[in-house]
Design a protein. Structure first.
Length: 124
């Protein structure tokens, strides 16, 4: 039954006002709900909730990912907002100009102010 409902993402933040500046201002996500302890944004029909945390997120794995039609156009737009994709060079992951060829899709990652890795993916 749950497979018929959208699923939301919950991210942790040590500094909610700084996170708000990133998600609402830089990424231009609409704010749906806001309190002293959490802010919920809307992106493509999906809810992203950022909640306050005293420790933030210590995991470096991707927390959420957008599926886009034109990865390069999205990265160019993010650059105008002062957001650059992460570069990686390891056995598991290598990027060229911020983009990794993952076989069936291209991917890039950005970090929010708390270090939450956010993926951007384009199917080939």
């Amino acid at each position: 039954m749950l497979n018929t409902y959208p699923v939301g993402v919950v991210l942790l933040s040590r500094d909610l006002p700084t996170s708000r500046a990133f998600y609402a201002d830089a990424l231009q996500l609409d704010v749906l709900e806001e309190s002293d302890s959490a802010i919920t944004y809307l992106s493509g029909g999906t809810r992203i909730t950022v909640t306050t945390s005293t420790i933030g997120s210590k995991d470096e794995q991707t927390k959420a990912a957008w599926q886009v039609d034109d990865l390069r156009a999205e990265l160019d737009w993010l650059k105008t907002r002062g957001i650059a994709p992460e570069d990686y060079d390891s056995e598991e992951l290598t990027t060229i100009d911020g983009v990794s060829d993952r076989g069936s899709f291209l991917a890039a990652w950005i970090l929010d102010p708390d270090g939450n890795a956010l993926g951007i993916e384009q199917a080939k």
